[in-house]
Design a protein around this ligand. Structure first.
Ligand SMILES: [Zn+2]
Length: 51
């Protein structure tokens, strides 16, 4: 029985979890648009930066 450390990667946009970062990356490419990811990132950045 292999006891490899299962490191789960989580999607920053939803509750998706993959075994590897590549899985999450593929998920991001297929389930989320790049624009949506960029919007989310900018949204998060603007929130932390209060004028
Ligand atoms: Zn996702």
């Amino acid at each position: 029985m292999p006891s490899m450390p299962t490191q789960t990667e989580t999607c920053p946009l939803c509750a998706y979890t993959g075994e590897t970062a590549t899985d999450v990356y593929t998920h991001l490419q297929t389930s989320h648009r790049k624009s949506a990811i960029s919007t989310r990132l900018l949204e998060h950045q603007s929130r932390s930066r209060q004028r």
